[in-house]
Ligand binder design. Structure first.
Ligand code: F6P
Length: 380
């Protein structure tokens, strides 16, 4: 039996790979933007695997997502490394954005990254690979699965936009943080008789803005799924002001765009904004509101704070349950799936059915309808 007592990550170039043979070898990586709950998921997977397989399992941590898989930067992890991480934000494995386009094709660097990932999988003698990530991560996971690797995906993202799962881990923590931001903006907006706009992460989907906007009592919620009409936003805010409210709160998803911009291609839209000297929808809307209503308007961008810190109780439980399900799938040798919450039950979807699809807010769905029933404007 060979043993690698690795206390640090070892790269392919260093050629120091020694293995513990005869054990089930589970590779695990976190890819894309981080979020609270990644470590809770890693812990859930590890503890459930130790429970299921006892000493017959080795967990191989792959550093910085697919970058680590491409370059064989990985190490066998000790059971103690999975203790004390339930409450930790970020990821103990590190992460990196590796766009699917760059990974799946041979670029200027002339490196066949898919081949290298398959080589690493073989070199590490993995029985399976767990990929914790968002939409891009799932696309690559599906590709690797189609290439014959045993892959299981776990859905993370504060954006909650992974197709096929009711919810992703990280989302509810971010909703709590964004709601806290909106709560705090209320007092300063009211003190200064201002309109406070908050730009919330979510490039393609507006889930985080919608949930935190409702929870925080925003007066208008602007999301990419419902292109806005600036006149409608201004009318709603003017009406509030006329009826005696001295402040308003507007929650805007970072990926929001106007009805005019909806007719443009993405590049065209970016150029039009650059030409106007303002790059974000939030800043554009703020300027237009102030000009139209005369009410002093300010913008707050919590940005990456929405992804930071300890996971909420909800996310710790969700992450743990997803981790346990992944361990069950390994025990059943059921590969090529992504763990999911389906109609409030933990289950899984075939990777090929969910990879490459985005879960959008339904403009006619229950959440938007409830918000409208409260008088919240979507700028339509
Ligand atoms: O994690 C997803 C996300 O939060 C998006 O909402 C946002 O556009 C993006 O990450 C920004 O992340 P980064 O700065 O890491 O590229």
């Amino acid at each position: 039996m060979l043993t690698r007592a690795a206390s640090c990550f070892v790269s392919r170039n260093k050629k120091r790979t020694v293995y513990t043979m005869g054990k089930k070898r589970i590779g695990i990586l976190t890819s894309g933007g981080d979020c609270p709950g990644l470590n809770a998921t890693i812990r859930g997977v590890a503890r459930a695997c130790f429970d299921e397989f006892g000493d017959d399992v080795k967990i191989i941590g792959i550093q910085n997502g697919y970058y680590g898989l491409i370059n064989n930067i990985a190490r066998e992890m000790e059971p103690r490394e999975f203790s004390g991480i339930l409450t930790m934000g970020g990821t103990i494995l590190g992460t990196k954005r590796q766009p699917f386009k760059m990974i799946s094709s041979i670029g200027e660097d002339n490196i066949d990254k898919v081949k290298q990932m398959k080589d690493t999988y073989k070199e590490l003698k993995l029985d399976c690979l767990l990929t914790l990530g968002g939409n891009g991560t799932h696309k690559t996971a599906n590709l690797l699965s189609q290439e014959g690797l045993n892959v299981i995906g776990l859905p993370k993202t504060i954006d909650n936009d992974i197709y096929g799962t009711d919810v992703t881990f990280g989302f509810h923590t971010a909703v709590d943080i964004a709601t806290d931001v909106i709560d705090r903006l209320h007092t300063t907006a009211a003190s200064h008789s201002r309109i406070l706009m908050v730009e919330i992460m979510g490039n393609k989907a507006g889930w985080l803005t919608l949930y935190s906007g409702i929870a925080g009592g925003a007066d208008a919620i602007i999301i990419p799924e419902i292109p806005y009409d600036i006149d409608k936003i201004c009318q709603c805010l003017q009406k509030r002001s006329d009826s005696g409210h001295n402040f308003s709160i507007v929650a805007v998803a970072e990926g929001a765009f106007s009805k005019e911009e909806a007719k443009m291609k993405k590049k065209e839209r970016a150029k039009a904004r650059a030409d106007a000297g303002i790059t974000t929808a939030t800043a554009t809307i703020a300027q237009q509101i102030q000009a139209a209503t005369g009410i002093e308007t300010r913008v707050c961008v919590p940005g990456h704070m929405l992804r930071g810190g300890s996971p909420s109780a909800y996310d710790r439980i969700l992450a743990t349950r997803f981790g346990v399900r992944a361990a069950q799938l390994i025990a059943d040798k059921k590969y090529g799936y992504s763990v999911a919450m389906i109609k409030s039950e933990i289950g899984e979807n075939p990777l090929e059915e969910v990879a490459g699809k985005t879960k959008f807010v339904d403009p006619d769905g229950g959440y938007v309808q409830s918000a409208k029933a409260l008088g919240i404007s979507f700028g339509e």
